[in-house]
Design a protein. Structure first.
Length: 533
Protein backbone atom coordinates (compact mmCIF):
# COMPACT_ATOMS: atom_id res chain seq x y z
CA UNK A 1 0.00 0.00 0.00
CA UNK A 2 1.49 3.32 -1.13
CA UNK A 3 -0.34 6.18 0.62
CA UNK A 4 -0.58 9.64 -0.94
CA UNK A 5 -2.00 12.46 1.17
CA UNK A 6 -4.18 14.67 -1.06
CA UNK A 7 -5.57 16.95 1.68
CA UNK A 8 -5.56 17.28 5.43
CA UNK A 9 -8.63 15.05 5.47
CA UNK A 10 -8.17 12.61 2.59
CA UNK A 11 -5.52 10.12 1.55
CA UNK A 12 -5.53 7.72 -1.39
CA UNK A 13 -3.61 4.62 -2.34
CA UNK A 14 -3.39 1.64 -4.60
CA UNK A 15 -5.24 -1.58 -3.67
CA UNK A 16 -5.24 -2.15 0.08
CA UNK A 17 -5.13 -5.51 1.83
CA UNK A 18 -6.88 -6.60 5.01
CA UNK A 19 -3.66 -6.31 6.98
CA UNK A 20 -3.36 -2.64 5.93
CA UNK A 21 -6.42 -1.70 7.97
CA UNK A 22 -4.41 -1.53 11.19
CA UNK A 23 -2.09 1.05 9.61
CA UNK A 24 -5.02 3.13 8.40
CA UNK A 25 -6.65 2.96 11.84
CA UNK A 26 -3.42 4.20 13.42
CA UNK A 27 -3.52 7.15 11.01
CA UNK A 28 -6.99 8.03 12.31
CA UNK A 29 -8.97 6.89 9.27
CA UNK A 30 -12.66 6.49 10.10
CA UNK A 31 -14.07 5.96 6.58
CA UNK A 32 -12.64 3.88 3.73
CA UNK A 33 -13.97 4.46 0.21
CA UNK A 34 -13.50 1.71 -2.36
CA UNK A 35 -13.35 3.02 -5.93
CA UNK A 36 -12.42 -0.31 -7.51
CA UNK A 37 -15.02 -2.81 -8.77
CA UNK A 38 -14.58 -6.34 -7.48
CA UNK A 39 -13.08 -8.84 -9.89
CA UNK A 40 -10.70 -6.58 -11.80
CA UNK A 41 -7.82 -8.93 -10.97
CA UNK A 42 -7.54 -12.50 -9.73
CA UNK A 43 -5.47 -11.54 -6.67
CA UNK A 44 -7.69 -8.60 -5.70
CA UNK A 45 -9.31 -8.82 -2.25
CA UNK A 46 -13.04 -8.21 -2.42
CA UNK A 47 -14.70 -5.22 -0.81
CA UNK A 48 -16.37 -7.78 1.47
CA UNK A 49 -12.97 -8.85 2.85
CA UNK A 50 -11.89 -5.25 3.32
CA UNK A 51 -15.19 -4.45 5.03
CA UNK A 52 -14.83 -7.32 7.50
CA UNK A 53 -11.34 -6.17 8.51
CA UNK A 54 -12.42 -2.51 8.67
CA UNK A 55 -15.51 -3.20 10.78
CA UNK A 56 -13.31 -4.96 13.32
CA UNK A 57 -11.58 -1.58 13.76
CA UNK A 58 -14.86 0.41 13.77
CA UNK A 59 -14.09 1.84 10.33
CA UNK A 60 -16.99 2.34 7.91
CA UNK A 61 -16.56 1.18 4.31
CA UNK A 62 -18.43 2.97 1.51
CA UNK A 63 -18.43 1.21 -1.85
CA UNK A 64 -18.19 3.68 -4.80
CA UNK A 65 -16.67 1.55 -7.57
CA UNK A 66 -16.24 2.74 -11.15
CA UNK A 67 -14.14 1.78 -14.15
CA UNK A 68 -11.44 4.04 -15.55
CA UNK A 69 -12.87 6.90 -17.57
CA UNK A 70 -16.43 6.28 -16.36
CA UNK A 71 -16.70 8.21 -13.12
CA UNK A 72 -20.43 8.84 -12.43
CA UNK A 73 -21.56 12.25 -11.20
CA UNK A 74 -23.53 10.56 -8.43
CA UNK A 75 -20.33 9.03 -7.02
CA UNK A 76 -18.68 12.44 -7.01
CA UNK A 77 -21.61 13.88 -5.07
CA UNK A 78 -21.47 11.08 -2.51
CA UNK A 79 -17.71 11.51 -2.11
CA UNK A 80 -18.26 15.22 -1.57
CA UNK A 81 -20.95 14.59 1.05
CA UNK A 82 -18.65 12.22 2.95
CA UNK A 83 -15.89 14.81 2.86
CA UNK A 84 -18.33 17.31 4.30
CA UNK A 85 -18.96 15.04 7.30
CA UNK A 86 -15.51 15.74 8.71
CA UNK A 87 -14.50 12.07 8.69
CA UNK A 88 -10.86 11.10 8.10
CA UNK A 89 -11.07 9.38 4.72
CA UNK A 90 -8.88 6.94 2.84
CA UNK A 91 -9.87 6.03 -0.73
CA UNK A 92 -8.32 3.31 -2.86
CA UNK A 93 -8.48 1.72 -6.30
CA UNK A 94 -6.02 -0.33 -8.37
CA UNK A 95 -3.28 2.32 -8.55
CA UNK A 96 -4.76 5.26 -6.61
CA UNK A 97 -5.41 7.22 -9.80
CA UNK A 98 -9.19 6.86 -9.83
CA UNK A 99 -9.38 7.77 -6.15
CA UNK A 100 -7.28 10.89 -6.76
CA UNK A 101 -9.52 11.89 -9.65
CA UNK A 102 -12.77 11.47 -7.74
CA UNK A 103 -11.32 13.41 -4.79
CA UNK A 104 -10.38 16.29 -7.10
CA UNK A 105 -13.83 16.24 -8.72
CA UNK A 106 -15.55 16.13 -5.31
CA UNK A 107 -13.39 18.98 -4.03
CA UNK A 108 -14.22 21.13 -7.07
CA UNK A 109 -17.93 20.35 -6.76
CA UNK A 110 -18.01 21.97 -3.34
CA UNK A 111 -15.94 25.07 -4.00
CA UNK A 112 -18.88 27.15 -5.18
CA UNK A 113 -21.04 26.33 -2.17
CA UNK A 114 -18.70 25.43 0.69
CA UNK A 115 -15.41 26.81 2.01
CA UNK A 116 -12.15 24.98 1.38
CA UNK A 117 -11.81 21.93 3.59
CA UNK A 118 -9.40 22.30 6.49
CA UNK A 119 -8.96 20.50 9.82
CA UNK A 120 -10.76 23.26 11.72
CA UNK A 121 -13.45 24.20 9.18
CA UNK A 122 -17.12 23.79 10.01
CA UNK A 123 -18.26 20.63 8.27
CA UNK A 124 -21.40 20.34 6.20
CA UNK A 125 -23.80 17.61 7.17
CA UNK A 126 -23.51 14.46 4.98
CA UNK A 127 -26.97 14.75 3.42
CA UNK A 128 -28.47 12.51 0.76
CA UNK A 129 -31.65 12.93 -1.21
CA UNK A 130 -32.62 9.39 -0.21
CA UNK A 131 -31.22 7.26 2.60
CA UNK A 132 -32.35 3.62 2.60
CA UNK A 133 -31.92 1.54 5.74
CA UNK A 134 -31.48 -2.02 4.54
CA UNK A 135 -29.97 -3.50 1.39
CA UNK A 136 -32.31 -6.46 1.20
CA UNK A 137 -34.94 -7.06 -1.47
CA UNK A 138 -36.84 -3.87 -0.68
CA UNK A 139 -33.86 -1.57 -0.24
CA UNK A 140 -32.04 -2.53 -3.43
CA UNK A 141 -35.22 -2.67 -5.52
CA UNK A 142 -36.49 0.74 -4.40
CA UNK A 143 -33.09 2.37 -4.98
CA UNK A 144 -33.11 1.01 -8.54
CA UNK A 145 -36.74 2.09 -8.99
CA UNK A 146 -35.99 5.63 -7.84
CA UNK A 147 -32.93 5.91 -10.08
CA UNK A 148 -34.99 4.73 -13.05
CA UNK A 149 -37.14 7.79 -12.41
CA UNK A 150 -34.30 10.21 -11.66
CA UNK A 151 -30.63 9.32 -12.21
CA UNK A 152 -29.47 12.48 -10.43
CA UNK A 153 -30.79 11.40 -7.03
CA UNK A 154 -28.12 11.04 -4.37
CA UNK A 155 -28.94 7.71 -2.76
CA UNK A 156 -27.11 5.66 -0.17
CA UNK A 157 -28.06 2.32 1.32
CA UNK A 158 -27.00 1.32 4.82
CA UNK A 159 -26.66 -2.35 5.73
CA UNK A 160 -24.30 -4.27 8.05
CA UNK A 161 -24.08 -7.29 5.73
CA UNK A 162 -21.88 -7.56 2.67
CA UNK A 163 -23.91 -10.59 1.53
CA UNK A 164 -27.38 -10.59 -0.01
CA UNK A 165 -29.64 -13.64 -0.04
CA UNK A 166 -32.65 -14.73 -2.06
CA UNK A 167 -34.42 -15.97 1.04
CA UNK A 168 -37.51 -17.43 -0.70
CA UNK A 169 -35.12 -19.99 -2.17
CA UNK A 170 -34.23 -21.49 1.21
CA UNK A 171 -37.43 -23.57 1.24
CA UNK A 172 -36.20 -25.16 -1.98
CA UNK A 173 -32.73 -25.68 -0.52
CA UNK A 174 -34.33 -27.52 2.41
CA UNK A 175 -36.21 -29.68 -0.10
CA UNK A 176 -33.11 -30.57 -2.12
CA UNK A 177 -34.14 -28.51 -5.16
CA UNK A 178 -31.75 -25.50 -4.98
CA UNK A 179 -28.17 -25.29 -3.75
CA UNK A 180 -27.61 -22.79 -0.94
CA UNK A 181 -24.91 -21.07 -2.98
CA UNK A 182 -27.40 -20.20 -5.73
CA UNK A 183 -29.28 -17.96 -3.26
CA UNK A 184 -26.25 -15.84 -2.35
CA UNK A 185 -24.70 -12.74 -3.96
CA UNK A 186 -22.43 -9.90 -2.89
CA UNK A 187 -24.55 -6.92 -1.88
CA UNK A 188 -22.30 -4.42 -3.62
CA UNK A 189 -22.69 -6.25 -6.95
CA UNK A 190 -26.47 -5.76 -6.90
CA UNK A 191 -26.63 -2.03 -6.21
CA UNK A 192 -26.92 0.46 -9.08
CA UNK A 193 -23.58 2.17 -9.70
CA UNK A 194 -25.28 5.53 -9.18
CA UNK A 195 -26.01 4.67 -5.54
CA UNK A 196 -23.57 4.07 -2.69
CA UNK A 197 -23.44 1.50 0.08
CA UNK A 198 -22.44 2.13 3.69
CA UNK A 199 -21.61 -1.17 5.36
CA UNK A 200 -22.76 -0.49 8.91
CA UNK A 201 -25.64 -1.10 11.28
CA UNK A 202 -28.15 1.59 12.24
CA UNK A 203 -28.67 2.22 15.95
CA UNK A 204 -31.10 5.14 15.85
CA UNK A 205 -33.16 7.41 13.64
CA UNK A 206 -33.53 10.97 14.91
CA UNK A 207 -36.56 11.93 12.87
CA UNK A 208 -36.72 15.53 14.12
CA UNK A 209 -33.24 16.13 12.66
CA UNK A 210 -33.65 13.86 9.61
CA UNK A 211 -30.63 11.94 10.86
CA UNK A 212 -29.55 8.29 10.95
CA UNK A 213 -27.00 7.25 13.59
CA UNK A 214 -24.63 4.40 12.74
CA UNK A 215 -23.16 1.78 15.07
CA UNK A 216 -19.73 3.45 14.95
CA UNK A 217 -21.23 6.81 15.98
CA UNK A 218 -21.30 8.22 12.46
CA UNK A 219 -24.27 10.26 11.30
CA UNK A 220 -25.99 10.39 7.92
CA UNK A 221 -28.65 12.97 7.04
CA UNK A 222 -31.52 12.57 4.63
CA UNK A 223 -34.25 14.43 2.82
CA UNK A 224 -36.34 11.27 2.45
CA UNK A 225 -35.80 8.06 4.44
CA UNK A 226 -36.85 4.54 3.46
CA UNK A 227 -36.87 2.10 6.38
CA UNK A 228 -36.45 -1.43 5.03
CA UNK A 229 -34.18 -3.35 7.44
CA UNK A 230 -36.29 -6.51 7.49
CA UNK A 231 -37.06 -8.19 10.77
CA UNK A 232 -35.06 -9.90 13.51
CA UNK A 233 -35.24 -13.68 13.84
CA UNK A 234 -34.96 -14.32 17.56
CA UNK A 235 -33.34 -17.74 17.92
CA UNK A 236 -32.61 -17.12 21.60
CA UNK A 237 -36.30 -16.64 22.43
CA UNK A 238 -36.57 -20.44 22.59
CA UNK A 239 -34.55 -21.91 25.45
CA UNK A 240 -31.82 -24.26 24.25
CA UNK A 241 -32.48 -23.73 20.54
CA UNK A 242 -29.30 -21.85 19.61
CA UNK A 243 -27.14 -24.56 21.20
CA UNK A 244 -28.99 -27.31 19.32
CA UNK A 245 -29.27 -25.88 15.80
CA UNK A 246 -27.41 -27.75 13.09
CA UNK A 247 -27.10 -30.96 15.12
CA UNK A 248 -29.19 -33.47 17.06
CA UNK A 249 -31.74 -33.40 14.24
CA UNK A 250 -32.64 -29.73 14.90
CA UNK A 251 -32.79 -27.47 11.84
CA UNK A 252 -34.50 -24.49 10.19
CA UNK A 253 -34.96 -23.25 6.64
CA UNK A 254 -34.92 -19.72 8.04
CA UNK A 255 -31.11 -19.68 8.01
CA UNK A 256 -28.78 -19.95 5.02
CA UNK A 257 -26.35 -22.38 6.64
CA UNK A 258 -29.09 -24.61 8.09
CA UNK A 259 -31.33 -25.16 5.05
CA UNK A 260 -28.89 -27.76 3.58
CA UNK A 261 -28.99 -29.58 6.92
CA UNK A 262 -32.78 -29.82 6.58
CA UNK A 263 -32.35 -31.74 3.34
CA UNK A 264 -29.71 -33.99 4.94
CA UNK A 265 -32.12 -34.85 7.74
CA UNK A 266 -34.99 -35.52 5.34
CA UNK A 267 -32.87 -38.00 3.41
CA UNK A 268 -31.56 -39.67 6.57
CA UNK A 269 -34.93 -39.97 8.31
CA UNK A 270 -36.68 -43.28 7.58
CA UNK A 271 -38.67 -43.68 10.80
CA UNK A 272 -39.51 -41.91 14.04
CA UNK A 273 -41.02 -38.53 14.89
CA UNK A 274 -40.71 -35.39 12.73
CA UNK A 275 -41.98 -32.12 14.24
CA UNK A 276 -42.45 -28.88 12.32
CA UNK A 277 -43.16 -25.71 14.33
CA UNK A 278 -44.72 -22.31 13.67
CA UNK A 279 -44.55 -19.43 16.21
CA UNK A 280 -47.11 -16.67 16.84
CA UNK A 281 -47.66 -14.21 14.00
CA UNK A 282 -46.38 -12.08 12.41
CA UNK A 283 -43.48 -13.93 10.79
CA UNK A 284 -41.59 -13.82 7.51
CA UNK A 285 -43.49 -15.94 4.96
CA UNK A 286 -46.21 -17.50 7.08
CA UNK A 287 -46.41 -20.51 4.76
CA UNK A 288 -42.74 -21.45 5.06
CA UNK A 289 -43.07 -23.71 8.14
CA UNK A 290 -45.61 -25.94 6.40
CA UNK A 291 -43.74 -25.76 3.09
CA UNK A 292 -40.89 -27.53 4.89
CA UNK A 293 -43.36 -30.16 6.08
CA UNK A 294 -44.84 -30.78 2.63
CA UNK A 295 -41.51 -31.15 0.80
CA UNK A 296 -40.15 -33.42 3.52
CA UNK A 297 -43.30 -35.55 3.59
CA UNK A 298 -43.35 -35.77 -0.21
CA UNK A 299 -39.83 -37.24 -0.16
CA UNK A 300 -40.86 -39.79 2.45
CA UNK A 301 -44.06 -40.54 0.56
CA UNK A 302 -42.24 -41.21 -2.70
CA UNK A 303 -39.63 -43.34 -0.94
CA UNK A 304 -42.26 -45.46 0.83
CA UNK A 305 -41.09 -44.52 4.34
CA UNK A 306 -43.90 -42.17 5.32
CA UNK A 307 -45.87 -44.86 7.16
CA UNK A 308 -42.90 -45.21 9.51
CA UNK A 309 -42.72 -41.49 10.28
CA UNK A 310 -45.01 -39.67 12.69
CA UNK A 311 -45.40 -36.10 11.33
CA UNK A 312 -46.62 -33.38 13.70
CA UNK A 313 -47.26 -29.74 12.74
CA UNK A 314 -47.14 -27.73 15.98
CA UNK A 315 -48.65 -24.33 15.27
CA UNK A 316 -48.90 -21.56 17.88
CA UNK A 317 -52.00 -20.32 16.07
CA UNK A 318 -55.38 -21.91 15.54
CA UNK A 319 -55.50 -22.10 11.72
CA UNK A 320 -53.60 -24.00 9.08
CA UNK A 321 -53.59 -20.94 6.78
CA UNK A 322 -54.96 -17.43 7.23
CA UNK A 323 -56.84 -17.20 3.92
CA UNK A 324 -59.85 -19.51 3.96
CA UNK A 325 -59.87 -20.23 0.21
CA UNK A 326 -56.64 -22.24 0.49
CA UNK A 327 -57.38 -24.29 3.61
CA UNK A 328 -59.31 -27.10 1.91
CA UNK A 329 -56.66 -27.93 -0.74
CA UNK A 330 -53.94 -27.76 1.91
CA UNK A 331 -55.91 -30.08 4.18
CA UNK A 332 -55.97 -32.63 1.36
CA UNK A 333 -52.18 -32.80 1.57
CA UNK A 334 -52.18 -32.92 5.37
CA UNK A 335 -54.39 -36.01 5.07
CA UNK A 336 -52.31 -37.48 2.25
CA UNK A 337 -49.19 -37.30 4.41
CA UNK A 338 -51.09 -38.39 7.54
CA UNK A 339 -49.75 -35.38 9.44
CA UNK A 340 -51.14 -34.40 12.85
CA UNK A 341 -52.20 -30.79 13.39
CA UNK A 342 -51.36 -29.56 16.90
CA UNK A 343 -52.86 -26.07 17.07
CA UNK A 344 -52.14 -23.58 19.88
CA UNK A 345 -48.77 -25.27 20.48
CA UNK A 346 -45.98 -22.70 20.95
CA UNK A 347 -42.41 -24.03 21.11
CA UNK A 348 -40.60 -22.65 24.20
CA UNK A 349 -37.70 -25.02 24.90
CA UNK A 350 -35.46 -27.51 23.08
CA UNK A 351 -33.13 -30.16 24.49
CA UNK A 352 -31.17 -31.27 21.44
CA UNK A 353 -28.97 -33.99 23.00
CA UNK A 354 -32.02 -35.70 24.50
CA UNK A 355 -34.23 -34.95 21.48
CA UNK A 356 -37.04 -33.31 23.44
CA UNK A 357 -39.11 -30.20 22.76
CA UNK A 358 -41.49 -28.38 25.10
CA UNK A 359 -44.59 -26.48 24.03
CA UNK A 360 -46.94 -24.12 25.83
CA UNK A 361 -50.43 -25.29 24.86
CA UNK A 362 -53.30 -22.78 25.18
CA UNK A 363 -56.93 -23.77 25.66
CA UNK A 364 -60.00 -21.77 24.60
CA UNK A 365 -59.86 -19.72 27.84
CA UNK A 366 -56.20 -18.83 27.37
CA UNK A 367 -54.92 -21.19 30.05
CA UNK A 368 -51.51 -22.68 29.28
CA UNK A 369 -50.19 -26.17 29.88
CA UNK A 370 -46.61 -27.19 29.12
CA UNK A 371 -46.16 -30.46 27.26
CA UNK A 372 -43.03 -32.32 26.19
CA UNK A 373 -42.66 -34.09 22.85
CA UNK A 374 -39.80 -36.30 21.73
CA UNK A 375 -38.47 -36.00 18.18
CA UNK A 376 -36.05 -37.46 15.70
CA UNK A 377 -36.21 -34.42 13.43
CA UNK A 378 -37.25 -30.94 14.51
CA UNK A 379 -37.74 -28.12 12.00
CA UNK A 380 -38.11 -24.81 13.85
CA UNK A 381 -39.52 -21.48 12.78
CA UNK A 382 -38.45 -19.09 15.59
CA UNK A 383 -40.24 -15.94 16.86
CA UNK A 384 -39.59 -12.72 14.93
CA UNK A 385 -39.80 -9.01 15.66
CA UNK A 386 -38.81 -5.62 14.27
CA UNK A 387 -35.28 -4.29 14.94
CA UNK A 388 -34.93 -2.56 18.30
CA UNK A 389 -33.97 0.80 16.78
CA UNK A 390 -37.49 1.13 15.36
CA UNK A 391 -39.01 1.29 18.84
CA UNK A 392 -36.17 3.26 20.46
CA UNK A 393 -36.39 5.88 17.70
CA UNK A 394 -40.08 6.46 18.34
CA UNK A 395 -41.08 5.11 14.93
CA UNK A 396 -43.09 2.10 16.07
CA UNK A 397 -46.61 1.19 17.05
CA UNK A 398 -47.27 -0.41 20.43
CA UNK A 399 -46.13 -3.81 19.15
CA UNK A 400 -42.78 -2.45 17.97
CA UNK A 401 -43.41 -2.44 14.20
CA UNK A 402 -42.83 0.58 11.94
CA UNK A 403 -46.05 2.60 12.08
CA UNK A 404 -47.12 3.47 8.52
CA UNK A 405 -50.22 4.26 6.53
CA UNK A 406 -51.16 0.84 5.09
CA UNK A 407 -51.96 2.29 1.65
CA UNK A 408 -49.31 4.97 1.01
CA UNK A 409 -46.64 3.33 3.25
CA UNK A 410 -45.78 6.79 4.60
CA UNK A 411 -44.98 7.02 8.30
CA UNK A 412 -47.96 8.25 10.29
CA UNK A 413 -46.00 10.94 12.20
CA UNK A 414 -43.07 11.80 9.91
CA UNK A 415 -43.96 12.66 6.33
CA UNK A 416 -40.42 12.16 4.95
CA UNK A 417 -40.13 8.59 6.29
CA UNK A 418 -41.44 5.58 4.34
CA UNK A 419 -41.72 1.91 5.18
CA UNK A 420 -40.97 -1.07 3.00
CA UNK A 421 -41.00 -4.83 3.57
CA UNK A 422 -41.20 -6.94 6.70
CA UNK A 423 -40.55 -4.17 9.24
CA UNK A 424 -43.96 -2.50 8.81
CA UNK A 425 -47.14 -2.93 10.83
CA UNK A 426 -49.23 -3.49 7.70
CA UNK A 427 -51.37 -6.65 7.80
CA UNK A 428 -50.16 -8.13 4.51
CA UNK A 429 -48.11 -11.32 4.31
CA UNK A 430 -44.42 -10.62 4.87
CA UNK A 431 -43.13 -12.04 1.58
CA UNK A 432 -40.87 -11.04 -1.29
CA UNK A 433 -43.95 -10.84 -3.49
CA UNK A 434 -45.39 -8.19 -1.18
CA UNK A 435 -42.17 -6.19 -1.40
CA UNK A 436 -42.29 -6.38 -5.20
CA UNK A 437 -45.68 -4.64 -5.12
CA UNK A 438 -44.68 -2.14 -2.43
CA UNK A 439 -41.54 -0.86 -4.17
CA UNK A 440 -43.24 1.21 -6.93
CA UNK A 441 -45.69 2.63 -4.38
CA UNK A 442 -42.83 3.97 -2.25
CA UNK A 443 -40.84 5.16 -5.28
CA UNK A 444 -43.79 7.02 -6.83
CA UNK A 445 -44.83 8.57 -3.52
CA UNK A 446 -41.30 9.76 -2.74
CA UNK A 447 -41.09 11.39 -6.16
CA UNK A 448 -44.43 13.06 -5.44
CA UNK A 449 -43.17 14.29 -2.07
CA UNK A 450 -40.07 15.77 -3.70
CA UNK A 451 -42.40 17.65 -6.07
CA UNK A 452 -44.41 18.94 -3.06
CA UNK A 453 -47.36 16.76 -4.02
CA UNK A 454 -49.45 14.41 -1.90
CA UNK A 455 -48.72 10.66 -2.16
CA UNK A 456 -51.20 9.17 -4.63
CA UNK A 457 -49.95 5.60 -5.22
CA UNK A 458 -51.58 2.99 -3.00
CA UNK A 459 -50.57 -0.51 -1.91
CA UNK A 460 -53.51 -2.93 -1.77
CA UNK A 461 -51.91 -5.45 0.60
CA UNK A 462 -50.94 -7.93 -2.11
CA UNK A 463 -48.91 -10.91 -0.98
CA UNK A 464 -48.14 -14.28 -2.50
CA UNK A 465 -47.22 -17.61 -0.97
CA UNK A 466 -46.20 -20.40 -3.38
CA UNK A 467 -47.08 -23.40 -1.20
CA UNK A 468 -44.79 -26.27 -2.20
CA UNK A 469 -47.21 -29.08 -1.42
CA UNK A 470 -45.11 -31.63 -3.30
CA UNK A 471 -42.02 -31.64 -5.46
CA UNK A 472 -43.25 -30.53 -8.87
CA UNK A 473 -46.53 -28.93 -7.77
CA UNK A 474 -47.46 -25.74 -5.97
CA UNK A 475 -50.62 -24.10 -4.73
CA UNK A 476 -50.01 -20.45 -5.63
CA UNK A 477 -51.79 -18.46 -2.94
CA UNK A 478 -52.24 -14.76 -3.83
CA UNK A 479 -54.27 -12.38 -1.72
CA UNK A 480 -54.69 -8.75 -0.65
CA UNK A 481 -55.81 -6.94 2.50
CA UNK A 482 -58.77 -8.65 4.14
CA UNK A 483 -57.89 -12.07 2.70
CA UNK A 484 -59.30 -11.24 -0.74
CA UNK A 485 -57.96 -13.72 -3.30
CA UNK A 486 -56.07 -11.79 -6.00
CA UNK A 487 -54.70 -14.07 -8.74
CA UNK A 488 -52.16 -12.64 -11.17
CA UNK A 489 -52.95 -15.11 -13.94
CA UNK A 490 -56.35 -16.07 -15.40
CA UNK A 491 -57.99 -19.17 -13.96
CA UNK A 492 -57.53 -21.19 -17.16
CA UNK A 493 -53.77 -20.67 -16.94
CA UNK A 494 -53.33 -21.24 -13.21
CA UNK A 495 -56.02 -22.05 -10.66
CA UNK A 496 -54.54 -20.71 -7.43
CA UNK A 497 -56.56 -23.01 -5.19
CA UNK A 498 -55.27 -26.15 -6.89
CA UNK A 499 -51.72 -27.53 -7.09
CA UNK A 500 -50.20 -27.04 -10.54
CA UNK A 501 -46.99 -27.80 -12.40
CA UNK A 502 -47.02 -24.27 -13.87
CA UNK A 503 -46.85 -22.71 -10.41
CA UNK A 504 -43.92 -24.99 -9.59
CA UNK A 505 -42.03 -23.81 -12.68
CA UNK A 506 -42.78 -20.24 -11.68
CA UNK A 507 -41.28 -20.82 -8.22
CA UNK A 508 -38.32 -22.92 -9.35
CA UNK A 509 -37.35 -21.03 -12.51
CA UNK A 510 -39.35 -17.86 -13.11
CA UNK A 511 -39.26 -16.08 -9.77
CA UNK A 512 -35.49 -16.34 -9.17
CA UNK A 513 -34.90 -14.91 -12.65
CA UNK A 514 -37.37 -12.10 -12.04
CA UNK A 515 -35.75 -11.35 -8.68
CA UNK A 516 -32.12 -11.12 -9.78
CA UNK A 517 -32.63 -9.67 -13.27
CA UNK A 518 -35.76 -7.53 -13.04
CA UNK A 519 -36.93 -6.64 -9.55
CA UNK A 520 -33.51 -5.66 -8.16
CA UNK A 521 -32.80 -3.64 -11.30
CA UNK A 522 -35.87 -1.45 -11.15
CA UNK A 523 -38.11 -3.28 -13.61
CA UNK A 524 -41.69 -3.31 -12.36
CA UNK A 525 -43.65 -5.99 -14.17
CA UNK A 526 -47.10 -6.86 -12.79
CA UNK A 527 -46.78 -4.18 -10.12
CA UNK A 528 -49.51 -1.69 -10.97
CA UNK A 529 -50.30 0.38 -7.89
CA UNK A 530 -53.69 2.12 -7.93
CA UNK A 531 -54.11 5.75 -7.06
CA UNK A 532 -56.40 6.88 -4.28
CA UNK A 533 -60.08 6.76 -5.25
Amino acid sequence: MKITTVSSQVSVSDQIQSNDIATLADLGVTTIICNRPDGEAADQPSVEEITAAANARNIVVVNLPFTAGKMPDSAVLVFHEIMGSGQRIHAYCRTGNRSSMIFEAANRSGQSTTPAISPTATRAKPTFDIVIIGAGAGGIAVSASLLKRNKKLRITLIDPSSKHYYQPGWTMVGGGVFSAKSTERRTADLIDHCASLIVSAVTQVVAEESKVVLSDGGEVYYQQLVVAPGLVINWDAIEGLSESLGKYGVTSNYRYDLAPYTWELVQQTTHGKAIFTQPPMPIKCAGAPQKALYLSADHWYKNNTINNIDIDFCNAGGLLFGVAAYVEPLMAYIKKYNAALSFNHNLVKVDGPNKKAWFDVSDSQGNKTRVCKEFDMLHVCPPQHAPDFIRSSGLSDQAGWLDVNPQTLQHKQHSNIWGLGDVMNTTNAKTMAAVRKQVPVVAKNICAAQAAQQPAAHYDGYGSCPLTVERGKIILAEFCYGGRVAPTFPNWLNNGTKPTRLAWLLKAVGLPFVYWNLMLKGHEWFTDCPAEK
